[in-house]
Design a protein around this ligand. Sequence first.
Ligand code: G3P
Ligand code: CA
Length: 277
Amino acid sequence: MTQARQRSIQVIAHRGASEDAPEHTLAAYMKAIEDGADALECDVRLTADGHLVCVHDRRVNRTSNGRGAVSALELADLAALDFGSWKDSEESPDWRDPGFTSVLTLERLLELVADAGRPLQLAIETKHPTRWAGQVEERLLQLLRRFGLDNPGTATGAEAAGDGPGSQSAVRIMSFSARSLHRIASAAPQLPTVYLMQFVSPRLRDGWLPAGAQIAGPGIRIVRNHPGYIARLHRAGRRVHVWTVNEPEDVELCVRLGVDAIITNRPKQVLAQLGRS
Ligand code: G3P
Ligand code: CA
């Protein structure tokens, strides 16, 4: 692996710099930007009153001081919760500043990206999209349109690190749901899409992806167990974005196999390992 190849791997901060700061908060994304991440990953869910918020779990119980499903709560209910203090520990700071640890709307995250002052991409994952029968994608595309981010090459991240289809747009949409990606591809075929995989079914083995999906998004366990799969994807003309790569030996494996992007909770450490700090 040449150094140039190593340096061209895109580093995506998973839920922000989520090892160092509470996931999906402004604090985590600001840290990821400061660390030099090429892109930010976020999960989006719809609130009961139709706002897209960046929350991973179906319920808010793990990452806030509240209880209940995001889909059953209104934005005002979520805004009253503390999404930071669950991360408090003796070694880490007191994550209680509501300015940085309140629920993060996708809209606020898009503002942050727009104000970053440097090329920065966004990898947005639709969560639980089937429940809403298209509303997650519809709302997402509306928002991207409003920010001028629904067309490749029109936005801040066009020249960001990495090559291939992902780098032509500031935004790519990811999902485990083929149906969700199909909806995105039908309404906005110009947006790159990433099909996330937890296992490689026989149908996927030769690099085939469901309609509407362009980029392959295997989990690191797939890469460890089926290293030859990466070459098959590349032979099929697929870019490969791997999640969630936190351990140095996994980063090393990804580099060796020539993956196109690494999604990690530790952008700073991964960038250092790639010789980019
Ligand atoms: O980036 C893809 C990865 O985030 C998928 O898994 O559960 O962390 O959303 P999850
Ligand atoms: Ca995710």
